[in-house]
Write a protein that binds this ligand. Structure first.
Ligand SMILES: NC(=O)c1ccc[n+]([C@@H]2O[C@H](COP(=O)([O-])OP(=O)(O)OC[C@H]3O[C@@H](n4cnc5c(N)ncnc54)[C@H](O)[C@@H]3O)[C@@H](O)[C@H]2O)c1
Length: 550
């Protein structure tokens, strides 16, 4: 029988290891570790080499002491699942398993693997027994059972709990276990600690596991590495020894001279800080949703309003939410907090009003974008069913290729439900996995919230804008990628071959461009851009023959 294989995004098949491979793999790592120890290096196992773990592993492996010497030998440990095993052979070749816009990622990983020889990857959990420090970077997902109701959801604790058991069954008692995963507050002390303590007791180890928490603030984009290494960190430990160890470790591997650590009393405080941080951001974004609608309905351009308000230094973080809020963290992190209150801490009352509301508003904002598309087409007497719609941008924010929970996904699903024919263009995204794998998407796909989704299995992200534009009825500016900021209305309409509906979700079009699209016979709508009506009326006055429905 053929081995199961794990397929990398570029299509290469890697057979999963079989039983007899494990012993050989452990010996390989053990001998490299012996040499590293001999060279005075501490052994760090990073568990989970995904978006965060792969780069964190390389940052640790790249770190040097005051004399410029490498003091860490890092094993990126990844379970050999069909979905993720391919990351191990790739890393061992010195190739980054994540596609990053930051030019520092690829050379950093290559340097550590091939030149410094301070980074390897492995699939056997037994490497945990060799570690002085274990950094946990596995995911902890939150599954929503309803669209627009974050309270109806579940934390996927099983993978994390299993990881804690595996770690405790292998590490030595002095090993620092640093949880970086964003977890439901209380997890380190009330989930991980008791699980590990029990396993330690079974192994006859009387001491407490040395558990610590310090969360990642990593930002996808061109400063990816720097957002991990050169940024402020918060941390804490379950006892003084764990706390001292985590402070020492972080001081050795990230730039704490310039970005000092904040050490909190207990891990639940570090865990809560992460959730509060992201709930705060989700909330200020959601807050603008109602003002964006207000603007649309009352002749106000929200983009200019935001600019005016931001002049006050106290209000400089006001943001325009675009067509919904995505990314891996903001849509789920508040949910982890709400879930923890009930399921870890045992409260039954409902204290959370703002955080869930904010997430629900952000999750459903793309539905309004779909309405704008429908209305613009109606004004042109084109039914949405069968209309050809091109979405510019699949990712969750500008100039990155990360599509996780992007507003565009919900927009595409809603438009498909209404019968539209969808095309997508994105210079940064090669495969839109949320659609390509929608039938098997881990932790549920949003397809279940909509009808008429089968045809989206074949949705291809187009790279040639000229081709993508040909013959469309509607153009949606969904993401502020730099490629989209300076597109000329004349060229767009020429490429399409006729006037179209143009929907601006992100304040991409200035008034000149809006005016030009209108002059070319297009219909224009924008999220939060109520002043478009005024521009139309001015044009109507100048040229009364113009068809300028509202
Ligand atoms: N991606 C971001 O932008 C970001 C930002 C800040 C914080 N975080 C947090 O960092 C954590 C990790 O996120 P990510 O984006 O790297 O996730 P990810 O899904 O890319 O990576 C997780 C990796 O862990 C592996 N894994 C799962 N269980 C394992 C086990 N038992 N043993 C070994 N490996 C295992 C998975 O196969 C996967 O490769 C999450 O808690 C996330 O919320 C992510």
């Amino acid at each position: 029988m053929k081995n199961a294989v794990s397929v990398s995004p570029d299509g290469v098949e890697y057979p999963l290891p079989i039983e007899e491979d494990y012993r050989r793999e452990y010996s390989r790592v053990q001998s490299l570790v012996t040499t590293a120890r001999h060279d005075g290096r501490e052994i760090v196992v990073v568990m989970g080499v995904g978006f965060v773990g792969a780069v964190m592993a390389a940052i640790i492996a790249d770190s040097v002491d005051k004399a410029g010497k490498s003091k860490k030998f890092v094993v990126g440990m990844q379970r050999p699942s069909v979905r993720s095993f391919w990351k191990i052979p790739l890393l061992n070749m010195g190739i980054s398993p994540i596609k990053a816009e930051d030019p520092e990622v690829a050379p950093l990983i290559k340097r550590c693997v091939q030149e410094k020889k301070t980074l390897i990857a492995s699939y056997t959990y037994d490497v945990l027994s060799l570690a002085d420090v274990v950094v946990v970077d596995v995911q902890c997902d939150y599954t929503k059972n309803e669209l627009g109701n974050v309270k109806n959801g579940d934390v996927d604790m099983a993978a994390l709990e299993e990881a804690f058991e595996i770690i405790a069954s292998r590490v030595n008692p002095e090993t620092l276990i640093l949880i970086e995963t964003t977890v439901a507050p209380g997890t380190t002390e009330q989930v991980a600690f008791p699980i590990m303590k029990k396993v330690f007791a079974k192994r006859g180890i009387p001491s407490d596991p040395l558990l610590a928490h310090s969360y990642e603030r990593v930002m996808p984009g061109k400063n990816y590495v720097s957002s991990i290494r050169d940024f402020w960190r918060v941390c804490s430990g379950v006892n003084e020894q764990a706390k001292n160890k985590v402070v020492k470790f972080l001081n050795e591997v990230i730039n704490t001279d310039k970005y000092p650590l904040t050490v909190l009393d207990r891990p639940i405080e570090s865990e809560t800080a992460k959730i509060v941080e992201n709930s705060y951001r989700a909330t200020i974004l959601a807050f603008m949703d109602e003002w964006s609608l207000f603007a649309e309905r009352n002749g106000v351009d929200i983009v200019k309003v935001i600019k005016a308000v931001k002049m006050r230094p106290t209000h400089s973080n006001l943001m325009f939410p675009g067509p919904g809020i995505g990314g891996y963290c903001l849509p789920k992190d508040g949910g982890l907090g709400i879930w923890a209150y009930k399921h870890i801490h045992g409260f039954e009352d409902d204290i959370f009003r703002i955080t869930p509301k904010a997430i629900d508003i952000n999750d459903t904002r793309p539905l309004h974008t779909a309405q704008l598309v429908r209305d613009a087409l109606r004004n042109m007497n084109i039914p949405i069913a069968g209309a050809e719609i091109l979405i510019l941008g699949a990712s969750y924010r500008e100039d990155v290729g990360d599509t996780r929970y992007s507003g565009s996904e919900v927009l595409v699903r809603k438009l498909a439900e209404m019968g539209a024919e969808i095309r997508v263009h994105d210079p940064y995204v090669d495969q839109w996995w949320e659609f390509k794998n929608q039938d098997v998407y881990p932790n549920g796909s949003k397809r279940v919230f909509f009808r008429n989704q089968n045809k989206l299995n074949d949705l291809q992200v187009q790279k040639d804008l000229g081709k993508a534009l040909t013959g469309i009825d509607t153009l949606v500016f969904a993401v502020r990628h730099k490629d989209y900021l300076n597109l000329s209305p004349d060229e767009i309409v020429r490429s399409v071959g006729k006037p179209i509906a143009v929907i601006d979700c992100f304040g991409i079009l200035d008034d000149e461009k809006i005016k030009r699209y209108l002059e070319l016979g297009c219909e224009v709508k924008g999220m939060g851009r109520g002043h478009i009506r005024r521009i139309k009326e001015l044009l109507k006055k100048k040229s009364p023959m113009h068809n300028l429905d509202d």
